[in-house]
Design a protein around this ligand. Structure first.
Ligand code: CMC
Length: 456
């Protein structure tokens, strides 16, 4: 989808061209509209084009009979429908660009921290030093969860999926904070935002420890956001867990990389559920639920399994031949939006070495590096604009951190929480938004007479 900025620029260019053609103001105005002829009636309509879009509701005036509903657009999977105007994240898929509130992801990963990026996404500007200190302090003192949350999580079966536990426990937070449903009160909203960011790593780490059959570890508020998460995940008998700064930094960068990606499936779920004016815990639980699906949060697992199956560099040519024959896909390659190198993949690749330095090198790195090189040398992949995406290397980092594959989408969810919150907040403050309620094309039977059971 084009960004606000690029569509506005294109619209301005078109208008300027029309003026330069000497056609005058009328033509410039006309340049930003779409003329549609309905061949059923021969009538012509003029639909305004704004920011590279026409309003779907403008189609409703197009009808054959006065009393009919009017024309709708049909767009399964929202392939070409903008559901909102948003100033949070800009993606240019052709150029491989990702920016949050205008700042390139490369600069944020190099110079910022996850909590600063969360602030930026949610409030729209980088914080001052005082604002950042206050923000980090507030999040740090809200990391504990109610003891009943812990007890509730303990009730899951010993082998429960950590992602399933996360969906349930994030949703359950709404029962601990019933006033969270006052979503129009900015002060009430603010405390839920803090709680969500603060407690998500705690819930995620509890789910992991549960799955490992290990005691839950309470937060350590003297550590950083990522450092505390590592402590809750890996602390054993030591009195104080000391996170390795290289792992702490790599994890913080992974959280930044996953922070937001505009209107993807889970964010659309959060906006859609949130549009009912439900509390943010429930809305964000729906985002976690959407991320649970293998097409969204699970591709890195598939990429890791693929690398393990290829096993060694000698097997790459045969594997690639199979992909080109259409036997299977090269997982971690290709993207609906990026038709160039996914900038997140490049950044992850850069941080792999630091993680391997601490945890020991994975033999699969050589396979991944060579596989990428050969695919990018191959006309099959280049002609289809298939490049590594964020999932090509993220599984390798998670594996090196000692995480089971079931934890991969949980890690994604921790990072994405800031984006979900930012998008939810933008949505509840957007006067154009209403309860999300798509239309349908009804294809079933009508006006049947009920048939008693003995006659069917
Ligand atoms: N390996 C081999 N061929 C591919 C691949 C791939 N990974 N991806 C696309 N193609 C081919 C596809 O067969 C088609 O070829 P042809 O034109 O000959 O029929 C062409 O490229 C276009 O593919 P498409 O399926 O129309 O593209 P899409 O935009 O619908 O699919 C995708 C995007 C991500 C689903 C797809 O590239 C894919 O399945 N990739 C592997 C899974 C993966 O890595 N998913 C993670 C995506 S990033 C997650 C995130 O951002 O959150």
């Amino acid at each position: 989808m084009s960004s606000d900025r690029s569509t506005l620029e294109k619209a301005a260019r078109r208008a300027r061209r029309a003026l330069a053609d000497g056609a005058g103001e009328d033509a410039a105005a006309r340049a930003d509209s779409l003329t549609v002829t309905d061949n059923r009636t021969g009538k012509t309509y003029e639909l305004p084009i704004s920011e590279g879009t026409v309003r779907a509701l403008d189609l409703r005036q197009i009808k054959v009979e006065d009393d009919e509903f009017g024309l709708m657009s049909y767009d399964p999977a929202y392939m070409n429908t903008a559901s909102c105007r948003s100033a949070i994240t800009y993606i240019d898929g052709e150029a491989g660009v990702l920016q949050h509130r205008g700042y390139p992801i490369e600069q944020l990963c190099e110079k910022s921290s996850y909590l600063e990026v969360a602030y930026l996404l949610i409030y729209g500007a980088l914080p001052t030093r005082a604002q950042l200190e206050h923000w980090v302090g507030e999040i740090t003192i809200h990391t504990f969860v109610h003891e009943n949350v812990r007890d509730f999580m303990k009730g899951f079966r010993y082998d429960a999926s950590p992602m399933g536990m996360l969906v349930a426990s994030v949703g359950a937070l709404s029962t601990f904070y019933p006033d969270a449903n006052q979503i129009n009160d900015p002060e009430v909203r603010q405390i839920q935002i803090i709680r969500l960011l603060a407690k998500m790593p705690t819930l995620a780490a509890f789910a992991f420890r549960h799955n490992m059959g290990q005691p839950y570890v309470y937060p350590d508020n003297e550590l950083s956001y990522a450092g505390n998460f590592l402590s809750m995940m890996y602390k054993m008998t030591e009195l104080k867990y000391k996170p390795d700064p290289r792992l702490e930094r790599a994890l913080d960068v992974l959280f930044i990389l996953h922070a937001d990606h505009e209107q993807n499936a889970s964010t659309s779920a959060v906006r859609s559920v949130g549009s009912t004016q439900v509390d943010p815990y429930t809305a964000i639980a729906s985002g976690v639920a959407a991320l649970y699906g293998p097409l969204h949060g699970g591709a890195n697992e598939a990429a890791l399994r693929m690398l393990a199956r290829i096993g060694s560099v000698e097997n790459i040519p045969e594997f690639l031949e199979g992909v080109k024959r259409g036997d299977e896909r090269l997982m971690g390659f290709g993207h609906r939006v990026y038709k160039n190198y996914d900038p997140r993949a490049r950044i992850i690749r850069e941080h792999l070495d630091a993680v391997f330095e601490v945890r020991g090198k994975s033999p699969l790195l050589e396979v991944a590096t060579e596989l990428e090189k050969r695919a990018l040398d191959d006309e099959y992949f280049t002609s289809r604009k298939l490049y590594p995406n964020v999932d090509f290397y993220s599984g390798l980092i998670y594996e090196a951190l000692g995480l089971p594959v079931a934890m991969f989408p949980v890690m994604f969810a921790i990072g994405r929480t800031s984006g979900w919150i930012a998008q939810w907040l933008e949505m509840v403050q957007d006067s154009e938004q209403k309860i999300a309620r798509p239309r349908q094309i009804y294809t079933g039977a009508r006006d049947l007479d009920y048939v008693p059971i003995e006659r069917r």
